[in-house]
Unconditional design. Structure first.
Length: 255
């Protein structure tokens, strides 16, 4: 079985990455551990990612760029762990979760190394389908479905998670988000009138368990699901092509 990688930006985050290490050992997941900085040692980060890891758990505090940089350098699933610094870790959490569409990081709550380890172990299993929990008429849900179909994956809709599939749950913050045993990617939703800075505090509050993408980002929820399903490299060529096409669109702005 392939290894996981734990990579953190600083030895000051030792308490968090040791928690992850201990969790993976208990769950019998083989892993490597590396301390490397997106800003101070970018070449070392690139070199580390040349190894073929099944899942990467990346963590940092403050601007917390490391998980996003790692996600840009791999097509394997990336779990991002925000470490508490200022603002109770809110800055790091938002930096990790609010990735641009197409390059996902699956954020856990601040300092939640145990949640990262638990979900890493779940990702090491083989999944062949996706279950969506959400309103078919919602724009974020539609984007998730359309993205999955680009990889010839047709999701099933249900009102509860399926333990045999990767689950994408679209959720509002008007009530507590129930903790689940299944592998669930949470996609938070807000009404347009509620999209204010204060709503970020609700995000901080609800991310004490589970995996999270950014606000309304059904695309990243879908791509993350494909990356998890790619454990046997079944979708590798399609993911690489998808990334290449995104890059071309960016560079077209220079013409």
């Amino acid at each position: 079985m392939k290894k996981a990688l734990i990579i953190f930006g600083s030895k000051t985050d030792e308490k968090v990455y040791n928690q992850i290490s201990n969790g993976l050992k208990k769950l019998k997941v083989d892993f490597d551990l590396r301390v490397s900085s997106a800003h101070k040692t970018p070449e070392d980060v690139d070199e580390t990612l040349k190894n073929d890891y099944a899942v990467v758990i990346a963590g940092a505090g403050l601007a917390a760029h490391l998980p996003g940089v790692v996600a840009a350098g791999t097509i394997h699933p990336v779990i991002g762990v925000p470490c508490e610094g200022n603002y109770q870790g809110l800055d790091a959490l938002l930096s990790i979760a609010q990735m641009p569409p197409g390059v996902p990081v699956l954020a856990v709550g601040v300092n939640k190394g145990d949640v990262a380890a638990e979900n890493c172990a779940k990702m090491m299993r083989k999944y062949e389908s996706v279950t969506i929990i959400g309103d078919k008429g919602n724009d974020a849900v539609k984007k998730a479905v359309d993205t999955l179909k680009k990889f010839n994956i047709v999701p099933v809709f249900d009102n509860k998670p399926n333990p045999k599939t990767i689950n994408i749950e679209f959720t509002y913050f008007d009530e507590p988000v129930e903790k689940k045993d299944e592998l669930v990617i949470h996609c938070p939703l807000l009404m347009d009138k509620d999209d204010k800075a204060e709503a970020a505090l609700n995000f901080l509050k609800h991310t004490n368990h589970g995996l999270w993408v950014g606000l309304n980002n059904g695309v990243n929820a879908a791509i993350a699901a494909v990356e998890i399903m790619d454990i046997d490299n079944e979708y590798e060529e399609q993911l690489l092509h998808y990334r290449a096409e995104m890059g071309k669109k960016v560079l077209e702005a220079n013409k």
